[in-house]
Design a binder for this molecule. Structure first.
Ligand code: PNS
Length: 161
């Protein structure tokens, strides 16, 4: 059986932490679909198309990764591509409660799709898209935190280019 996993998120924008999870997920599953979804509690800086395009650029060297976006429930997207797994990254204990909540909800919605967690590399345990945007706004050096395509896109957004 082909193992197909969905790696969902807001990815506003994709960071080196996300990329680490995507790369490691792609070593375990036959196919990984990275999908940009909407999180109703967040107001994104980048449009869905911009976020999708950035992920596409920075994952183009990973053969078994596909990039997509979807306006709806994660489990509905997963079903549409016959995925049997969801991959999420876990940084710290502080992520746990939220992740447990969405995992439990997804299981209620579709019990056939299993969620797998990948522990973030220590090097990225503090990293989030929000913190990157916060410092990029003030033109800080973010070259260690995001791929250069994302750095460029953030500079443009904040008129530092
Ligand atoms: O990167 P994020 O913001 O932590 O990702 C959260 C996301 C987008 C995966 C989550 O909000 C989501 O799955 N949204 C789609 C709607 C959905 O399926 N909701 C039910 C689970 S909470």
């Amino acid at each position: 059986m082909t193992s197909i996993a969905v790696c969902p998120g807001s990815f506003d924008p994709v960071t080196n932490g996300h990329l680490d999870i995507i790369r490691r997920g792609a070593k375990v599953f036959d196919e990984v679909y990275v999908v940009v979804l909407s999180n109703s509690s967040k107001k994104p800086l980048f449009s869905t198309d911009e976020r999708t395009e950035l992920i596409r650029k920075v994952t183009k060297d990973i053969k078994n990764v596909k990039v997509d976006s979807f306006n709806g429930l994660l489990v509905d997207y997963a079903k549409s591509i016959h995925a049997n797994a969801i991959i999420r990254g876990l940084r710290a204990v502080s992520d746990f409660e939220y992740e447990m909540q969405i995992t439990s909800m997804n299981r209620v919605l579709n019990e056939n799709i299993e969620t797998f967690f990948i522990m973030t590399n220590n090097q990225y345990s503090f990293l989030s898209s929000s913190i990157v945007k916060e410092v990029a706004k003030y033109n800080a050096d973010i070259s260690e935190l995001v791929p250069w395509e994302v750095e460029k896109a953030l500079k443009k957004k904040f008129h530092h280019d």
